[in-house]
Design a protein around this ligand. Structure first.
Ligand code: SF4
Length: 311
């Protein structure tokens, strides 16, 4: 299965070609707002989940097929990319393929490891996240692996910010009832105030997360929070005006993929960059209308276009 997806439009990076370096929902966290679904493998153990050469071959092929180069090649996906054991080498080798900036999105949990910081030092852009600077809200919103403590995370992030020379875009995602008490936000603002960060990017949960109670903050609330973080802070969340299931273009893109091969919801997410809950919603609508056929194979749910030319 392909581990390259996109290019997908990213509010933070432009047109981003994604490289999924860890298996689906392999993560050090199980965030309440995760739009990819619940973490199925909660771990802090780094591994070479896929051979480095395979990832490079797939990326080389994808780049060769693109008419317009993407704005960034981003190591991300539905999990924590710093869990990939040969991350530094991978970033280095990707850098040799083109002059496109290499970006890494991370939840910051493994930055306490010097080898992870050394790996990330090779990237052009790092997008760490930090949702809380107080232990209780940190545990409430990120639901980390038991070995992850906030002290270790903030210590590692602080060291990384001191050492790194590339561009840092730090993401904060406030969720009402989880990390938005005045004291919690003040602690976060104090942590970031003297750090070398290019932009602080305030996001909100515009798509369904793993917990039903999680929803987006309104524009006024986001604006008030933005003020706490000063002029470096910007709001990057889009207004939650449409859901994936209402986007006819997304449905057409899924059908065109399913005309070529049967896919699971996760395959579609990886190929098109549409979050899994959105993919599932669209598939439910299209199986109901007969446009897509659902088939179980070896206990796994696959989807095929009804009009597909079957061999
Ligand atoms: S939002 Fe990111 S860090 Fe949190 S569970 Fe999902 S993949 Fe992991």
């Amino acid at each position: 299965m392909g581990r390259i997806f996109g290019p997908v439009p990213s509010r933070r990076l432009g047109r981003s070609l994604g490289v999924d370096v860890v298996p689906y929902k392999t993560c050090t966290f199980n965030c309440v707002y995760c739009e990819c679904g619940a973490t199925t493998r909660l771990t802090c153990d780094r591994e070479e989940f896929y051979p480095l050469e395979t990832l490079l071959d797939e990326l080389r092929d994808s780049l060769a097929e693109l008419r317009t180069p993407p704005d960034a090649i981003t190591l991300s996906g539905a999990g924590e990319p710093t869990l990939y054991g040969r991350l530094g080498e991978l970033i280095e080798e990707i850098g040799k393929l083109s002059s496109i900036p290499v970006a890494v999105i991370t939840n910051s949990s493994l930055l306490f490891l010097p080898e992870v910081r050394a790996d990330l030092s090779r990237a052009d852009i790092v997008l760490p996240s930090l949702d809380a600077a107080v232990e209780i809200p940190f545990r409430r919103i990120n639901r980390p692996h038991p070995s992850c403590t906030l002290e270790r995370l903030t210590g590692g992030l602080g060291s990384f910010l001191d050492e790194y020379h590339g561009t840092v875009l730090l993401e904060i995602l406030p969720v009402e009832g989880y990390n938005t008490d005045d004291d919690d936000l003040a602690a976060l603002a104090a942590f970031v105030s003297s750090r070398r960060i290019d932009r602080i990017q305030l996001n909100t949960a515009v798509r369904p997360g793993t917990e039903r109670a999680v929803g987006p903050l309104d524009a006024e609330r986001l604006e008030r929070i933005r003020h706490l973080f000063g002029p470096r802070c910007e709001i990057v969340a889009a207004a939650p005006a449409r859901t994936c299931s209402e986007d006819p273009a997304a449905a057409d893109r899924i059908v065109s993929l399913l005309e070529r091969r049967p896919c699971t919801a996760e395959d579609i997410h990886r190929a098109l960059g549409i979050p899994v809950p959105g993919v599932i919603k669209i598939l439910e609508t299209m199986t109901g209308s007969g446009r897509v056929v659902a088939d179980e194979h070896d206990g796994v749910q696959f989807y095929t276009a009804a009009q597909r030319d079957r061999p």
